[in-house]
Design a binder for this molecule. Structure first.
Ligand code: NZQ
Ligand code: ZN
Length: 391
């Protein structure tokens, strides 16, 4: 096990009815809030009205900015920054999923700096100040409710980049499984692929002697695999949502990666697909993660065999390589059973942009290539190869 620093300060309020506590929590930190949300699901579900009432009942004023789209856009972030400054906002409240939360995080940083917020994503600025953030989660998937990361799409440059700072961790996130009952099947499946990938990025490592976190990762993955099909049959199953949602938050609050070398190549490879083709992040991962596995499993075949037995239910065998491939095959079949795509063709993506995306993924396009990955170091040529495998 490697040395580590575990820091996860977000207070998570979990359970039925808890989103109505947001007004009292916001009142402890702010006089005026920016209420940030997406394309309308919160209004259709009635959550917007409940949040607005909770703020009003607790004497918290609010300005609002809706319209966040999946793969959240830099242009709306810039608008949000201006609104915060003109309205004197002192807290951002994100009501939505990863896209709304990430947009809120970027606004929170932008509102504390005179420079353009994209400078953070290009690595020109590094700073620890941001407005405080609160979250009411409406889709368990990205784990942004307890992560220090924001991922934003620059629509002009066709880039999707992340920025990480502990200042971006929400001080409170409310996770009420009842708010997920309105999610359509494709969003449930996308979320499952994303949360599982957050575990994979930590689980598949060459760090030795990691029994505890191996077990935690495997338990999270088994829990997700057991409960996702339940939701496909009944989107209003509270208990299945509770299992999935708690797994999703734990998958990305840092705990599962402690003491291990993490990977994150699949995420970097997928983000390029989202940037160029505007696909859902989870759908892209459902394609990329298994092909990344096929490309790298030889670097720690024992770990992939362990995954096959402890997570995917494969029977023990002396054929370790066969087991590793069996696990990857079972994972692909599981994703397909949820209706997720299994090739780039399923996503309507051809081979035209492979080199452009691969060079952006590793930084080769900017003349500063940094190999991706922890388990196996990947140069842009390797990334092209993974896109080709996934065709
Ligand atoms: O916009 P609305 O109308 O709200 O609809 C949304 C959206 O279309 C809908 N939705 C959300 N809650 C709903 C609902 N529909 C019905 N009922 C509800 N309760 O779901 C759609 C997808 O929402 P989005 O926020 O895009 O989903 P997700 O949570 O999967 O977030 C994806 C984004 O997070 C980033 C991804 O790259 C992607 O941009 N990530 C952020 C991370 C982080 N900050 O730590 C880590 C992740 O790896 C990921 O990269
Ligand atoms: Zn993700």
């Amino acid at each position: 096990m490697l040395n580590f620093d575990f820091y996860s300060p977000t207070r998570v309020l979990f359970g039925m009815g808890r989103h109505r506590e947001i007004g009292a929590l916001a009142a402890q930190r702010a006089k005026k809030v920016l209420l940030h949300y997406g394309g309308g699901s919160v209004k259709r579900s009635g959550v917007y009205g409940e949040i607005a009432s909770s703020l009003e009942e607790n004497g918290v004023q609010f300005a609002e900015l809706g319209g966040v789209v999946p793969n959240p856009r830099l242009s709306l972030v810039r608008k949000g920054v201006e609104l915060c400054l003109s309205e004197g906002v002192d807290l951002i409240l994100a009501v939505g999923g990863g896209s709304v939360i990430d947009s809120a995080k970027a606004i929170a940083m932008g509102a504390c700096h005179k420079e353009d917020v994209w400078d953070f994503f290009e690595g020109k600025l590094k700073d620890l100040s941001a407005l405080p953030l609160a979250v009411v989660l409406t889709i368990p998937a990205a784990g942004s409710e307890s992560s220090p990361v924001t991922v934003i799409s620059n629509e002009e440059k066709k880039l999707k980049e992340g920025y990480r700072s502990d200042a971006l961790r929400p001080f409170v996130s409310i996770v009420n499984p009842e708010l997920f009952f309105t999610l359509p099947e494709d969003q449930i499946a996308n979320g499952v692929a994303d949360m599982m990938s957050h575990v994979f990025e930590r689980y598949f490592t060459d760090t030795a002697k990691t029994d505890l976190t191996d077990g935690l990762c495997e338990a999270a993955l088994r829990t997700i695999i057991k409960n996702a099909p339940v939701l496909m049959d009944d989107r209003r199953d509270y208990d299945a949502w509770a299992e999935i949602a708690f797994s999703a938050t734990l998958a990305h609050n840092g705990l599962l990666g402690m003491g291990r070398k993490e990977d994150w190549a699949s995420h970097r490879i997928e983000h390029q697909l989202s940037a160029v083709y505007d696909i859902a992040h989870g759908a892209g991962l459902a394609v990329i993660a298994p092909f990344w596995m096929k490309y790298v499993y030889g670097d720690n075949v024992g770990m992939f065999a362990q995954f096959a037995m402890n997570v995917m239910g494969a029977a023990p065998s002396r054929d370790i390589e066969g087991l590793a491939l069996e696990g990857i095959g079972r994972l692909r079949r599981f994703f397909s059973s949820l209706g997720l795509p299994s090739t780039l063709r399923d996503l309507g993506i051809g081979s035209g942009d492979f080199e452009f995306m691969a060079k952006n993924a590793t930084g080769a396009a900017r003349g500063s290539e940094k190999p991706l990955g922890g388990l196996k170091k990947l140069l842009w040529q390797d990334v092209v190869e993974i896109y080709r495998l996934a065709q």
